[in-house]
Design a protein around this ligand. Structure first.
Ligand SMILES: NC(=O)c1ccc[n+]([C@@H]2O[C@H](COP(=O)([O-])OP(=O)(O)OC[C@H]3O[C@@H](n4cnc5c(N)ncnc54)[C@H](O)[C@@H]3O)[C@@H](O)[C@H]2O)c1
Length: 252
């Protein structure tokens, strides 16, 4: 159990990642408040609203020490209509609210897709410092999010962490695709590991105030790790325990 229970706002709490994260944080004894435009009936402390509603978002940030920012369009949705307001402006609003309200740490949900276009050497793990190369605009919004996180650490003294999340299936269709694609299973993220990653990210002493970090958040690969797991273990003490198809939860 953590020595200090944290007060955490989870945006996107009604989504697939959000549900796994809120459950794990609650089981660790943290006080969790959810924020989402969709309802999350399983959460006792929940604010229903859109990231565009500054009053609702600001109020939801009151009294929290950590924000886990997951709310976004998780696919390559229409750019101007969906990705710009939700993934770009919404992310800026969350960091701005955090800085204004003195929130200590913001953990931002990025994606492995930010490195999709990088050249790979078979059998070698990709480092977190290998740069980015996007193949779609959704991933490009996440690169911008990683950079926004860096700016708010540098300029406002926040502790920020961007988690490049692997593939956590949102429904039966994703599970079927993973079953049929051996390569995709190497980017899999089980629900148990997802919960553990975010608990580690909340409880770790680093990144320190003013410091930003980027980490991969995946489960164990079937073969050699395609994404270097060492930085996450060093910085926040996260070590994956699940391997496809473990951790599918209710989708298993
Ligand atoms: N599931 C994955 O495999 C995966 C992989 C990499 C990154 N991610 C990232 O993790 C985060 C969560 O993804 P998910 O799979 O849970 O997606 P999801 O669609 O299941 O959940 C996203 C949630 O965010 C909410 N939301 C979106 N825009 C909002 C807004 N403007 N205001 C309020 N709420 C809003 C939605 O209502 C939804 O409940 C996203 O940022 C996504 O990009 C997910």
């Amino acid at each position: 159990m953590p020595t200090v229970p944290h007060r955490i706002l989870v945006t996107g709490a009604a989504g697939a990642v959000g549900r796994a994260v809120c459950r794990a944080l609650g089981e660790r004894g943290h006080a969790v408040r959810g924020f989402d435009r969709s309802p999350a009936p399983e959460l006792a402390d929940f604010v229903q609203g859109d990231l565009a509603e500054s009053r609702a978002l600001g109020g939801a940030c009151d009294g929290v020490d950590t924000i886990i920012h997951l709310a976004a369009n998780p696919t390559d949705a229409p750019f101007l209509e969906r990705l710009v307001p939700d993934n770009i402006v919404g992310t800026w609003r969350v960091f701005e609210a955090a800085a204004l309200r003195g929130v200590g740490r913001v953990i931002f949900a990025s994606t492995l897709q930010v490195v999709d276009g990088l050249p790979r050497e078979p059998g070698r793990s990709l480092g977190v410092d290998a740069g980015t190369a996007c193949r779609n605009l959704y991933a490009a919004t996440k690169v911008l999010g990683e950079e926004i996180a860096r700016v708010y650490a540098h300029r406002h003294g926040l502790s920020t962490l961007a988690a490049r999340i692997g593939w956590l299936p949102r429904g039966a269709y994703d599970v079927e695709t993973l079953r049929r694609s051996p390569a995709a299973r190497d980017i899999y993220l089980g629900r148990g590991d997802c919960g553990r990653f975010f608990c580690c990210a909340v409880e770790a002493t680093r990144p320190a105030p003013g410091e930003s970090a980027v980490l991969y958040a995946t489960s164990l690969a079937l073969g050699p790790a395609p994404f270097d797991p060492a930085p996450a273990e060093r910085l926040i003490g996260y070590a994956a325990r699940e391997r496809w198809p473990e951790g599918l939860g209710e989708l298993g």
